[in-house]
Ligand binder design. Structure first.
Ligand SMILES: *[C@@H]1O[C@H](CO)[C@@H](O)[C@H](O)[C@H]1NC(C)=O
Ligand SMILES: *[C@@H]1O[C@H](CO)[C@@H](O)[C@H](O)[C@H]1NC(C)=O
Length: 145
């Protein structure tokens, strides 16, 4: 019996990721969420920092929606890693922070599960109690670049 070829095949099988969960999930690319909002994330630098643009489909203001910039970082050299980013709304004085994790499902599809806090500008300390909203969003990838 030829043992060496069998071991070689076994070694190759072990070296190849056997489940999609072992794939990394990097944020770079174009994503759309459950509300129809979309975002484009730049290539990550060596520290995992990224920038990008966010186009919301919904707004708490009556102002015309415009594309807004985002900045964040990801623990990108790990699999299915966590990330956070801040959106600086260009058409209002509000700020949103997102935090989430990039998952790869059993079909190899990448999904971002996120939660956000939206801080709205209020005119006085008296109105502070109502200034923050919280929510969840799920993003799916549309493009890699
Ligand atoms: C991104 O979202 C904005 C606002 O909803 C929309 O106008 C635009 O067409 C979307 N971009 C793509 C490529 O889907
Ligand atoms: C944040 O948004 C303001 C407009 O409200 C803009 O002037 C500023 O350049 C933006 N900053 C960043 C870092 O995108």
């Amino acid at each position: 019996m030829q043992v060496a070829p069998v071991l070689l095949v076994l070694a190759l099988a072990l070296a190849t990721p056997s489940s999609s969960a072992e794939r990394k999930c990097v944020l770079t690319g174009f994503w759309i969420n459950d509300l129809g909002s979309n975002m484009t994330v730049s290539a990550l630098n060596s520290r995992g920092e990224f920038s990008g643009s966010y186009y919301t489909a919904v707004s708490a203001t009556t102002k015309e929606i415009r594309v807004s910039s985002l900045q964040g970082f990801q623990h990108f050299n790990k699999q299915q890693s966590t990330f956070g980013f801040i959106v600086n709304w260009s058409f209002s004085e509000s700020t949103t922070v997102f935090t989430g994790q990039c998952f790869v499902d059993k079909d190899g599809k990448e999904i971002l599960k996120t939660m956000w806090l939206l801080r709205e500008k209020v005119s006085s300390l008296h109105d502070d109690w109502k200034a923050t909203r919280v929510g969840v969003n799920v993003f799916t990838r549309r493009r890699r670049e």
